[in-house]
Design a protein around this ligand. Structure first.
Ligand code: MGD
Ligand code: MGD
Ligand code: MO
Length: 635
């Protein structure tokens, strides 16, 4: 009998997003017909982002992979897994486990996805990645300065008198921060080289040169020192006070501001906000994807510390919410065990260059490195020239196209996992709201069925539920059963106010203030624009809910940067290593030295910005300097 009322099932979104929403799925006749946000989750507040509201066309896409593909031909799971096992064992026997490279990205943020790392550690240990294309620079910056990386509770913004969005676009990348921002009574300032919709959340907007934030921060520091606006006694909880002060005084306020391309009044205004306190600095993840990105975050850490905004309600320099804090992954040794590592932003060049042994096999899961890592063409060539490449995904991607073997896996609506967030402190469970289509296996199942074929019987035994129990820390403040019955719970391990005791996990127990200036990237007369391919509402990285827009990618520039190309006209965007056909759009609100497009365009369709970007790492943490490539428009 047909049910009249749609059934409602809940899960938690596992996508690479700060919000980790509680999702309500409406099911009719075994099919999901509608998705919405859970009103009972304090952060989700009953709504979803555009891309997940519109996920069903992807879930039910005719392109969905439902059979393993060996060199493009559908094969049975037995054939596929036998083949994979034979290749892995052969290459390990001939060249040692270092000849196998395991690459896992953030396609799903589920805690159980780490079992892939565990499997390959047991099989090898094999070559793994180091660094983090997304947040590596900022992560290491905060670990250096504070010895710990976490954030104030997201609702602590209610206590702020000032909020500074420093290089952050929540309207697009973290929409559940928007209501919290709107409720907060604080004065709000956005600092971003790009005009975007989040400017509307703020009364003031400062538009520095890309990468100019370090100089801007030094100007602010100098104003704080000169006015006596530093926190009395901050020397007690900070190291390198003299060194930091000398750094800030290396140039005058006007000189620093000239380098940042902002007016000295802007630096004074930021200093005043920090002095007035409590001021929360919300540091964007995007800002640090630059050659001086780590130093920029360190400079903001220092501003927060000397102005007395560290460890107070309404303050803090919040970058990353430590989403793995409640998980125990210590059974995986990771980089400590690996025979060698590939620096994530240098994936293409390093896979091609490594010798003794060369990389002969690559196993890719939850990632699309061909589209999303810089120097796409090199990543593509690196994969196509290996003997064995396996990609585990749910849809064809630029990376599956470069693979020998493709294994179909579950989507966010079929996931069975434990999920933390990097934009708040709630932890939830993902449970399948519908079963996967016949022929599709979960990542855990795939690894379990592979383990018996490579002599690792039993290593991954246990149901998804068992692994959730094993991975959730006993001191998390709740149990798996509790989240299952009551929905996502707030971690007991993250305080509302971080560093309230002003004790830090550094060697000295004090904040490690930065003491030297990095150099920033420069554009040239030949290539006068910084290429910035940024997140769009329409996609999750390379996953476009309703497909990519048609036609060449749209590049937005200031009219003065337009080379007399008419608005809407067709042209090429060129860097030192590549060229893309594009369509030009003008926007007077943008700086004259940026070229904006959407991240995640596919290489095959000639929409991929990373085709133009050279593989370059950030100053700290092995991040990707993704927004520093100089480009030009050509008619
Ligand atoms: N809709 C959608 N949401 C997403 C994603 C997506 O693809 N689509 N991606 C997800 C992912 S992977 C992540 S990591 C998160 C965060 O995603 P991110 O894209 O990192 O988002 P933001 O932290 O908002 O940072 C982007 C902002 O940094 C600014 N920026 C860049 N360079 C500079 C600079 O030199 N100075 C300053 N001041 N600002 C700069 C950009 O102009 C932009 O406004 O969002 C997630 N959310
Ligand atoms: N030019 C430029 N490049 C960028 C960025 C930028 O702003 N500009 N952003 C960078 C950032 S912040 C990030 S985080 C990276 C993101 O880079 P990636 O993590 O490579 O991003 P996606 O393209 O979303 O690839 C994730 C893949 O995982 C698959 N997937 C989803 N769920 C599962 C699952 O449960 N199991 C498995 N096995 N697969 C699954 C998806 O279908 C998708 O193909 O890109 C970086 N690259
Ligand atoms: Mo990211």
């Amino acid at each position: 009998m047909r049910s009249l009322m749609p059934e409602i099932r809940k899960t938690v979104c596992n996508r690479d997003c700060p919000d980790a929403c509680s999702v309500v799925a409406h099911i009719e006749d075994g099919r999901v017909v509608r998705l919405g946000g859970d009103p009972s989750h304090p952060v989700t507040q009953g709504f979803l982002c555009w891309r997940t509201n519109n996920f069903l066309p992807l879930q039910y896409s005719p392109e969905r992979l439902t059979m393993p593909l060996l060199r493009g031909k559908a094969v049975s799971w037995d054939e596929a897994l036998d083949f994979a096992a034979r290749e892995l064992l052969r290459i390990r026997a001939e060249s040692g486990p270092a000849a196998i490279f395991h690459y896992r990205s953030g396609g799903s943020l589920g805690a159980l996805k780490h079992l892939s790392d565990y499997f390959f550690e047991k099989l090898g240990p094999v070559t793994t990645k180091r660094g983090d294309i997304c947040s590596g620079a900022g992560d290491e910056a905060q670990m250096l300065d504070f010895g710990e990386e976490d954030s104030h509770d997201v609702f602590d913004l209610r206590n702020s008198r000032n909020i500074i969005l420093w290089g952050k676009n929540p309207v697009v990348s973290s929409p559940h921060l928007v209501p919290v921002m709107n409720e907060a009574r604080a004065a709000k300032l956005l600092i971003d080289p790009v005009w975007h919709k989040s400017a509307r959340l703020c009364e003031e907007f400062v538009q520095p040169r890309p990468g100019g934030d370090f100089s801007l921060a030094m100007a602010v520091a100098r104003v704080l020192f000169e006015r006596g606006w530093t926190e009395p006694g901050f020397e007690k909880y900070c190291d390198n006070v003299d060194g930091f002060r000398a750094l800030a005084f290396a140039h005058g306020v006007a000189g620093w501001c000239e380098d940042a391309d902002v007016s000295p009044a802007a630096a004074e205004d930021i200093a005043r906000r920090l002095h007035e306190g409590p001021a929360a600095i919300l540091v964007g993840w995007g800002m640090a994807r630059r050659v001086n990105g780590g130093a920029i975050v360190r400079a903001l850490d220092a501003l927060c510390a000397i102005s007395g905004n560290l460890g107070v309600p309404g303050g803090g320099v919040s970058y990353y919410f430590k989403r793995r804090k409640t998980f125990d992954h210590t059974f995986i040794r990771g980089i400590a065990a690996a025979p060698r590592t590939v620096l994530e932003p240098l994936f293409g060049p390093e896979v091609l260059a490594f010798r003794d042994p060369p990389i002969r096999a690559v196993w890719i899961t939850a990632g699309n490195p061909v589209a999303m890592l810089p120097e796409s063409a090199t990543v593509d060539r690196a994969l196509r020239t290996r003997e064995f490449v396996c990609v585990v995904d749910s849809w064809p991607t630029d990376s599956t196209r470069a693979a020998t073997l493709v294994l179909p896996t579950t989507t966010l609506l079929e996931a069975d996992d434990l999920v933390g967030a990097y934009g708040h402190h709630w932890v939830g469970v993902a449970r399948p709201v519908v079963p996967p289509p016949p022929g599709v296996k979960s990542d855990l199942q795939i690894l379990q069925e592979l383990s018996s074929r490579v002599g690792l019987d039993g290593v991954l035994d246990g149901s998804a539920r068992d692994w959730k129990e094993r991975i959730l820390r006993k001191d998390a403040g709740f149990t798996v059963a509790q989240i299952e019955s009551d929905g996502p719970q707030r971690s007991a391990l993250s305080p509302e106010v971080l560093f309230a005791d002003r004790k830090f996990a550094t060697k000295s127990g004090r904040v490690n203030l930065i003491t030297s200036a990095p150099s920033r990237s420069q554009v040239s007369a030949e290539y006068p624009l910084y290429l910035m391919a940024l997140a769009t509402e329409k996609s999750q990285s390379s996953q476009w809910s309703k497909g990519q827009p048609s036609g060449p990618p749209v590049v937005t520039v200031h009219p003065d940067a337009g080379q007399d190309i008419p608005d809407g006209g067709f042209a090429h965007l060129e860097s030192a290593i590549g060229s893309l056909p594009i369509q030009v759009r003008y926007d007077r609100r943008q700086r004259r030295d940026v070229a904006l497009l959407a991240k995640g365009g596919h290489l095959r369709d000639n929409r991929n910005a990373n085709l133009l970007s050279r593989a370059r790492a950030t100053d700290l943490g092995g991040g990707g300097a993704l927004y520093d490539e100089p480009v030009r428009l050509v008619r």
